[in-house]
Design a protein around this ligand. Structure first.
Ligand SMILES: [Cu+2]
Length: 135
């Protein structure tokens, strides 16, 4: 057995504290914007924070929330999302989402995209999202 690997397993148990489910994004076109959605499940006792998302698909990636003030509906950038311990948080249309701006290429129905999610506790998590039309 690889000794380094054995040491790493002792230091970092492979038990997943954060699980990402149902990652999907809206089809869109080059130079336009689109949104990425997923469910974050925090299995640990302690809260974790999503503070950055990286992608090669877009020139800019931001964490957004949707807000309404009186008659006004809009969305704006937030710096992070906190997921309390033993709970889940859903990014979905009309709520929090990951905004992909200035797409580098078309995203067609069925296309797959790779993303790196950065959490304060869980570190980097790689996910794959599939493009599909919202229901
Ligand atoms: Cu947005």
């Amino acid at each position: 057995m690889n000794t380094l690997l054995a040491i790493l397993f002792v230091l970092f148990p492979s038990e997943d504290k954060i699980e990402i489910k149902d990652a999907w994004m809206r089809p869109s076109s080059e130079k336009m914007a689109t949104a990425l959605y997923f469910i974050i499940e925090n299995k640990s006792e302690t809260a974790d924070t999503l503070f950055q998302v990286d992608s090669d698909l877009a020139e800019r990636v931001e964490i957004h929330e949707t807000y309404s003030e009186g008659e006004m509906m809009g969305m704006r950038k937030v710096n992070f999302i906190v997921i309390e311990g033993k709970s889940s948080f859903e990014l979905k249309p009309g709520a929090h989402h990951i905004m992909l701006m200035k797409l580098k290429k078309n995203i067609n129905d069925g296309d797959k995209g790779e993303f790196i999610l950065h959490f304060k506790q869980a570190g980097e998590i790689n996910i794959t999202a599939t493009a599909k039309m919202p229901k």
